[in-house]
Design a protein around this ligand. Structure first.
Ligand SMILES: NC(=O)C1=CN([C@@H]2O[C@H](COP(=O)(O)OP(=O)(O)OC[C@H]3O[C@@H](n4cnc5c(N)ncnc54)[C@H](OP(=O)(O)O)[C@@H]3O)[C@@H](O)[C@H]2O)C=CC1
Ligand SMILES: CC(C)(CO)C(=O)C(=O)O
Length: 314
């Protein structure tokens, strides 16, 4: 990619995160957003409407696409923002575009990068600690932000691509940092989702509920089990001790996101599959393999799966 050329980015699975990212990157890159026809139609008709901490307004630069045939050959970066439950399907659908291109996962949970690595050599892992929601067709809101985006090489010869992408994201006005140990970074972000997403989804409550006296002990247990499993996996989490992370969770992350509803809340509300098996369910499975008891993660994962299977009971 020449330094004067405007970069071209394809976002795969553009919903809350992907549409907001497309809207922001549209100022510095040519952005194609692979989204559902309902969003594509609204964006073609009147542009992408954004509100919140990433700015208010209508962005007309985003080009919606609804299949690989709409994607031009000159793509510099692919960014996956579909739910983890859809990673394989969307990679299959766009396999011809992904092949040979640096491809980034900005998804929550553990395991997406491994799937993407089956489709291209150069994979960049990423974390986003910002809250996004879809308000309607082609209309997104960005609420609280608690940390910069973090991007790091997952596999392949991604050093140069990582530098270029970080520069593009930064020049679009999104806070971003390079993450030298992206595996640890992904687990570090997953701690927050494991701690709050299922509880908020089941109670239909915002993140602030984690500080409730009754709930705090459950959050504590979920995090302690996850720390133990991550340790057994050889992951060097960004916090030296579980108490350091719990202090960060309750003093910084829960207050920053107190009023917002996490992505899993929206999944259950809309009757969609959740990412529970890439979060608490994943910890429970790994715990079993390592002989580490994970009763709290096992229990909450079962409750979420039950709620998924019986939307009529909610
Ligand atoms: N929302 C948030 O605040 C945050 C979310 N994340 C993570 O980011 C990822 C995305 O989350 P979020 O944006 O909330 O999820 P959304 O469900 O809002 O967005 C994903 C979009 O991808 C669409 N999609 C799936 N498959 C395809 C396909 N083959 N072609 C076109 N579109 C497709 C989905 O459509 P459909 O629903 O019809 O399948 C949906 O519109 C998740 O891993 C989440 O955990 C990370 C940080 C914050
Ligand atoms: C950080 C948080 C909780 C923001 O919404 C998130 O990652 C999610 O909703 O899944």
């Amino acid at each position: 990619m020449g330094s004067l050329k405007r970069p071209t980015v394809l976002i795969l699975g553009a919903g809350a995160v992907g549409l907001a990212l497309a809207g922001k990157l549209g100022s510095v890159a040519t952005v194609y957003a692979a989204c559902r026809p309902v969003h594509a139609g609204a964006i073609r008709e009147r542009g992408l409407v954004m509100e919140g901490v990433w700015g208010d307004g209508t962005v007309r630069e985003v080009i919606p696409v609804t299949g690989p045939a709409d994607v031009p050959p000159a793509i510099d970066f692919v960014i996956v923002t579909a739910k983890g439950t859809d990673t394989r399907a969307i990679c299959e659908e766009y396999a011809g575009v992904i092949r040979g291109r640096p491809t980034v996962s900005l998804q929550n949970g553990i395991g997406n990068e491994e799937v993407i690595a089956g489709y291209t050599d150069t994979v960049i892992g990423g974390t986003v600690t910002t809250n996004f929601s879809v308000l309607g067709p082609g209309h997104v809101r960005v609420l609280s932000e608690s940390a910069p985006m973090r991007l790091g090489v997952w596999s392949g010869d991604a050093g140069e691509a990582l530098g270029e992408l970080t520069g593009i994201v930064r020049s679009a006005g999104i806070p971003v940092e390079a993450e030298p140990d992206i595996r640890a970074g992904k687990w570090g972000k997953a701690l927050l989702n494991i701690a709050v997403n299922p509880i908020c989804a089941l109670l239909r409550a915002p993140v602030g509920v984690a500080a409730d006296e009754e709930i705090r002990g459950i959050v504590d247990g979920l995090v302690r089990e996850t720390f133990a499993v991550a340790g057994a996996e050889g992951v060097r989490l960004p916090w030296a001790t579980v108490d350091d992370y719990l202090a960060h969770l309750f003093r910084v992350q829960v207050p920053d996101f107190a009023a917002v509803y996490p992505s899993m809340y929206h999944d259950l509300r809309l009757g969609r599959r959740t990412e529970i098996d890439l979060l608490n369910g994943y910890v429970a499975r790994l715990g079993e393999r390592h002989g580490i008891p994970t009763p709290q993660n096992r229990c909450i994962a079962a409750l979420v799966r039950c709620a998924e299977a019986h939307p009529d009971w909610r």
